[in-house]
Design a protein around this ligand. Structure first.
Ligand SMILES: [Zn+2]
Length: 78
């Protein structure tokens, strides 16, 4: 949903590199090359960056997914 701040496995900070990574990919660079330039060399961190999909804007359109479970159930009955 939102890029994890740190790598799940090793704890390296990744969130600060996400925007740069996205920019370079949009310019047409190879992901592997960009990750090398950003100093993301471990495969655990590379996996987080490559497999991440930003869809918070998509989810935010649907209010019920952002509510706690109790409110979600009640919202449908009204
Ligand atoms: Zn890692």
């Amino acid at each position: 949903m939102i890029i994890p701040i740190r790598c799940f496995s090793c704890g390296k900070v990744l969130a600060d590199k996400w925007e740069k990574f996205q920019e370079e990919i949009k310019k047409g660079k190879e992901p592997a090359e960009v990750l090398d330039e950003l100093g993301i060399t471990r495969y655990c961190c590379r996996t987080v960056m490559i497999t991440h999909k930003d869809f918070i804007d998509e989810i935010a359109k649907y209010r019920r997914f952002l509510l706690p479970a109790e409110e979600r159930e009640g919202a449908g009955k009204k």
